[in-house]
Ligand binder design. Sequence first.
Ligand code: SF4
Length: 285
Amino acid sequence: MIHYSYPLYRPPAEADNIIIQATYGCSYNNCSFCSMYKDKKYQVRDINDIFKEIDILASHYPNANKVFLADGDVLGLNAEYLIQLLKYLKQAFIKLTRVSTYASAQNILSKTQEELELLYKNNLTLIYFGIESGNDVILKKITKGVTSNQIIDALNKASLSGMKISATVILGIGGVQYSNEHTRDTAKVINATTINYLSTLQLVIEQGAKENFYKYFTDFTPLRGSHLIAEQKNFIELLNPINKIIFRSNHVSNALHLSGVIPKDKGMLLREIELALDRGELEYE
Ligand code: SF4
């Protein structure tokens, strides 16, 4: 039996895949808007305990081909530990094609290019990365711990290793005051990188994070309803990526669900947003 340590988070795309907790919690655990691991002490697990769990899972799901490594930022583990884990996964799941994990700019920048390439060669081929915003004032106010330039460097470093990147941006994270700066600078980050997947979420600050969030973002005024969708429209208008990006806005937090490929479907996405704004369906709160 596998005894997961809860809460356990994984991206929606990993719903049908094997999940293995290599760490408990998040080593940074300091983004002011995030309450995911606030009550969980960060811990690196004994690798032998993980091997035992892999054996159990492999005996139940011998044909599994995708594995997600949880919790918050497994890429923060040292490369030697990760390579051991990836090699063990490969021999246990003989049909393994992909291992994925959450990653932060700090994690990626702490690895050498050679280490990232070695991880990629050992099947760590997809990372989930929270950009949140590309504006430095907002990044400071949400205590993300990195600058927009560091985000660009980290994303390009991961891409260069061969890893595919699924990135998220949070609509409304700059509030009313910084909406224009948020869309302008976040699009600049996307346009300076070669991410493969992009999702927009709408800001939801859980009760447990509210006090911390407002402590650092003292002038925050929430952006609501159609204004959030207008922000999304401004953001998409500014996207001119180097490569093709599969775009989704289908998280449960999104008032308007969208999907397409940018730049090919940019016009279609903008028309869908305009129609929704014209219909006035998005006024709430
Ligand atoms: S957003 Fe990610 S990096 Fe930041 S505290 Fe939450 S889990 Fe950790």
